[in-house]
Design a protein around this ligand. Sequence first.
Ligand SMILES: NC(=O)c1ccc[n+]([C@@H]2O[C@H](COP(=O)([O-])OP(=O)(O)OC[C@H]3O[C@@H](n4cnc5c(N)ncnc54)[C@H](O)[C@@H]3O)[C@@H](O)[C@H]2O)c1
Length: 267
Amino acid sequence: MAGAFAGKTIVVTGSGKHKGLGQGILQAFADEGANCVVSDLAIDAEALAVAEDLRARGAAVATIACDVSRADQCRALVDQAVERFGSVDILVNNAGIGFKMKPLLEVDTADEWDQVIAVNLSGAFYCTQAAARAMVAAGKGGRIINIASQAAKTGFPHLPAYVSSKHGLVGLTRASAVELGKHGITVNAVCPNHVTTGLGAQQNEYFSKLLGFASVEDYLANMAAKNPMGRPGLPSDTAAACLWLASDAAFYVTGEALNVSGGEEMH
Ligand SMILES: NC(=O)c1ccc[n+]([C@@H]2O[C@H](COP(=O)([O-])OP(=O)(O)OC[C@H]3O[C@@H](n4cnc5c(N)ncnc54)[C@H](O)[C@@H]3O)[C@@H](O)[C@H]2O)c1
């Protein structure tokens, strides 16, 4: 298949949900000819439909279950992707838990704090290490992109573990970039503002009530009005940033945390 990423293989964790950022990223790379690995906690009917849509766009697709909070499963994900396509050229650490909203004073340690850190931060580390080992062994360089958040730059209420995990993900981005540059591997983070995905929809419900809006629609209209570009984010905004960061043109960009927020976040 022709396209800027023809012959390259991209693995996106947590990409088995309809209208998720992971699906949007894979669609953009499928349209540019990449081999796509759809991965999620389970390869259920929804994940299979995500894969079918990518095949309809002309991509070669593999579906591989992986709980990113398990290091052994992250290694198996990379091994199986290499077995299927010969290499992993691009890893996107997208899997995340962002729907456990609670005031800091009430957060449960095991169920909320530990689980969010295990998925959003430790999971990205396990996959980074596994993919980087394969990239170094292959000797062709590579691209690692971490889907962080506006919450990697600014504090938000009732999301202490999420905000901490996303700030930590920027730290992991910088630490990995420093060590992997000599292998031709760049590591960057993308920091989207609010996007109404499955995860985003649960945040809409919670925060519209918390902030006293009459409806979710009013809450979203207020969010749009405050954004310099006049709307919340879309999966295609994040996907476009990933396409560029994975391109040859971005070879000299590494260790960055790129805001994709319509100007809502500026540092
Ligand atoms: N939606 C937003 O507003 C927004 C904004 C900034 C950043 N993000 C980040 O984007 C990423 C994707 O989120 P989304 O909004 O598309 O929501 P989503 O719910 O569609 O995607 C999250 C995915 O992570 C998967 N997941 C959860 N636990 C997992 C685990 N242990 N192992 C593997 N996969 C697991 C879920 O099954 C799901 O497919 C997340 O990291 C999120 O924090 C989202």
